[in-house]
Design a protein around this ligand. Structure first.
Ligand code: GTP
Ligand code: MG
Length: 444
């Protein structure tokens, strides 16, 4: 049973500069995504400020007029009387839809009178809140520290002279400023975390190798844009209880489960972290290990939310990231999910036809319709059975203890017997069949 803690919603405004090379649709989609990200962080977005410019303002990202406008908006919402209990409608933060420099953030913050968070910081904060495993937590912490380091100097400037140069004890070298000390601490902490990650990666590699060795791994990885329905499909395909939530980046760790009901060969399905446009660089690097799972897979299921108006852009982002991590050559099945969420039946049929015309051999489905999940499962199993061979092996009565090996690695299709032993018709991967036939031959 989950307890729901009701937090008072914090209010925010979003702001963005539209550069000349960005189309209206692209700009609006990105801003809509920022609002979703804000919602995921627990903000209520009360207003959006947009501005067309040929470039970002070097001092404070937005132009002076827009800054003034926001500043007035923010101050109008401040409680009139300081002692009055604020009704929660004053603006806590302004979220901007680009990564901005530390000094731009500081200047903007001073001028509009509330906290400024850029897109990178928003995403880092969500990752920070959602990371569960030791590995994910360490990776997110590295990315956050990397983001914070250059911003400390700006924070110190904002804090005044004491922040910049405070003397005193505490093991600090002579003349070393507070910020320098903090930056040194950050560097040390990053190095420490990186070592931890290297150790954890080695451990994961061993686990993966063990898994592969044990089962002659047939791996499927679910990849795709955040909120596309990967975890929902994972649950449906494996009968497991992974986290599903209507928020961005619900999943940050890779989970691996076997396809259910069992198949031959046994198929392992892994759920991975969602992709997003402009994933902060620190995170691309640190989450590469999570996505490594995708590289190990023999088949990628690229899940796309067909009901999202921006799905084509999301699909491109995912393809681009897959190429960046070197996974473009892994066989891929495009799965257009959430078709049940696309208007009425006629609209769904029309959408499906358009998708099939544009992406031949794609799957169009809803993770909420069991028969469609079953047919996806059948397609996955068929993919892995392509490489299987059939053979008839002879097992003498004196060596029946080897029979168990068949069930572990292959499928038994049928058997007949004579006075000397049993003839077993089996299906399995070439290597597994070969290995068994050698073992059985030695037993004769
Ligand atoms: N209508 C409809 N909703 C779906 C379908 N599949 C998933 N959803 C919903 O979409 C939301 C996101 O689903 P998840 O499975 O958490 O998405 P995800 O791709 O794992 O997202 P991240 O972990 O954030 O990357 C949830 O509210 C699901 O219930 C579907 O086929 N139809
Ligand atoms: Mg998920």
């Amino acid at each position: 049973m989950q307890t729901v803690v009701k937090e008072k919603l914090r209010c925010a405004v979003v702001a963005a500069v539209q550069l000349p090379n960005v189309s209206d649709a692209e700009f609006e989609a990105s801003l809509a995504e920022l609002r979703e990200l804000a919602k995921t962080l627990g903000f209520k977005v009360v207003h959006s400020f947009v501005q067309k410019r040929t470039g970002f303002d070097t001092t404070a990202y937005l132009g002076a007029g827009k800054r003034q406008e926001i500043s007035v908006f923010v101050s109008n919402r401040l409680p009139a009387d300081d002692s009055a209990d604020a009704d929660g409608d004053f603006i806590d933060a302004i979220l901007v839809d680009h990564e901005i420099s530390p000094s731009q953030a500081r200047n903007l913050e001073k001028e509009v009178g509330c906290e400024v968070m850029d897109r990178t910081m928003v995403i880092l904060e969500i990752f920070h809140r959602n990371a569960r495993s030791r590995a994910a937590r360490a990776q997110v912490e590295i990315a956050r520290l990397g983001y914070m380091a250059p911003r400390l100097r700006e924070a110190a400037k904002l804090a005044g002279p004491q922040g910049r140069q405070r003397s005193g004890s505490g093991g600090r070298g002579a003349g070393e400023s507070h910020t320098e000390l903090d930056r040194r601490k950050i560097r040390d902490r990053i190095a420490e975390l990186q070592l931890e990650i290297v150790a954890m990666e080695a451990e994961r590699k061993t686990q993966r190798a063990r898994r592969q060795g044990r089962q002659g791994l047939a791996g499927v990885a679910l990849v795709g844009y955040t909120n596309a329905g990967k975890s929902t499909l994972m649950r449906a395909l494996t009968g497991s209880e992974v986290l599903v939530a209507n928020k961005l980046f619900a999943t940050l760790d890779t989970t691996v489960r076997t396809l259910y009901p069992d198949s031959t060969p046994r198929v392992l399905v892994s759920d991975t972290v969602g992709f997003i446009k402009n994933l902060p660089h620190g995170l691309v690097a640190s989450f590469k290990s999570t996505l490594d799972e995708a590289l190990d897979a023999s088949l990628l299921l690229h899940v796309i939310d067909a009901s999202d108006p921006g799905f084509e852009r999301q699909l491109e982002v995912t393809d681009k990231v897959l190429a960046e991590i070197g996974a473009e050559d892994v066989p891929k099945l495009r799965v257009f999910n959430k078709i049940d969420h696309v208007g009425d039946e006629a609209a769904q049929a029309e959408c499906e036809a358009a998708l099939r015309a544009k992406y031949p051999s794609c799957v169009v489905m809803s993770a909420r319709r069991p028969h469609e999940v079953a047919s996806l499962r059948a397609q996955i199993v068929a993919f892995f059975q392509q490489g299987l061979i059939e053979a008839e092996l002879f097992l003498p009565w004196s060596a029946q203890q080897l029979r168990g090996k068949i069930y572990a690695n292959c499928e038994l299709l049928g058997e007949r017997a004579d006075d000397n032993g049993a003839f077993l018709r089996i299906r399995g991967e070439r290597d597994a069949v070969q290995h068994l036939s050698e073992q059985f031959a030695q037993a004769q």
